[in-house]
Design a protein around this ligand. Structure first.
Ligand code: DC
Length: 225
């Protein structure tokens, strides 16, 4: 049977990854977090103390990034090492927009993403998945939510993950606004909705409502149910 691709793009904190994970599980597809790949490259550039784009591009050839499914969700590996936790650190989040704006980095990651999509039915979330990586995906969703709501969600996420976190709402709002601007104004493959994407504003939606909406659309469009 043909592999099915569902793409979920949108800005930081729009609820993409939580929703994509559940939708994949409900449909029996594999969830793929493309942002984790850009985070893995960012971690490698920090560890290797890269200071120029040339050094980053050179480093790319020595990186082996893998996404593996486990009972606890997707795990990210860099040259065989599980870096799933480390790539969520604030230092990575602060630098990832810059690293993901480099043309050679994008070419390598898009290639990797397409290879994964050729192997099985997937739900992949990111910024350019519906526009660039899989322009012929069977279903494309573009998720958004107000900046206030996205900042609130991120703050709650940080507080539950890092109990010692001292971030406050204004700081998170500023960080998200900055990252959205960088991601949607970069020269290559910026964040935007594909022309044929379904726009889903999740500001007042629950995770369950978001998942039900997407699964229903998938059943209508892909399986004619
Ligand atoms: O989804 P995330 O916050 O983990 O993504 C981290 C960064 O990676 C995001 O700020 C921009 C970049 N990214 C991208 O450029 N293209 C993608 N398909 C996914 C993420």
């Amino acid at each position: 049977m043909e592999a099915i691709i569902i793409t979920i793009d949108g800005p930081a904190g729009s609820g993409k990854s939580t929703t994509a994970k559940i939708v994949a599980e409900l449909l029996g597809y594999i969830y793929v977090d493309s942002g984790a790949m850009y985070r893995a490259v960012t971690l490698a550039t920090i560890r290797n103390k890269c200071e120029t784009i040339q050094q980053i591009v050179h480093l790319l050839n020595s990186l082996h990034i893998e996404l593996k499914m486990s009972p606890f969700g997707q795990r990210t590996f860099l040259n065989g090492e599980d870096i799933s936790e480390e790539i969520r650190e604030p230092i990575i989040t602060a630098k990832v927009s810059f690293i993901s704006s480099i043309k050679e980095v994008r070419t390598a990651m898009v290639d990797l993403q397409r290879k994964i999509g050729a192997q099985s039915s997937i739900v992949m979330d990111g910024r350019d998945i519906g526009t660039v990586v899989f322009p012929h995906a069977q279903l494309k969703i573009y998720m958004n939510a107000s900046i206030q709501e996205r900042a609130k969600r991120r703050l709650n996420q940080m507080k539950s993950k890092y109990s010692e976190s001292t971030s406050d709402i204004s700081e998170i709002t500023e960080q998200i606004t900055h990252r959205d601007y960088a991601d949607s104004h970069r020269e290559i493959d910026p964040l935007k909705a594909a022309e044929d994407a379904i726009i889903l504003d999740t500001t007042v939606m629950t995770i369950q409502e978001q998942c039900e909406f997407i699964v229903k659309k998938a059943k209508q469009l892909i399986y004619n149910e």
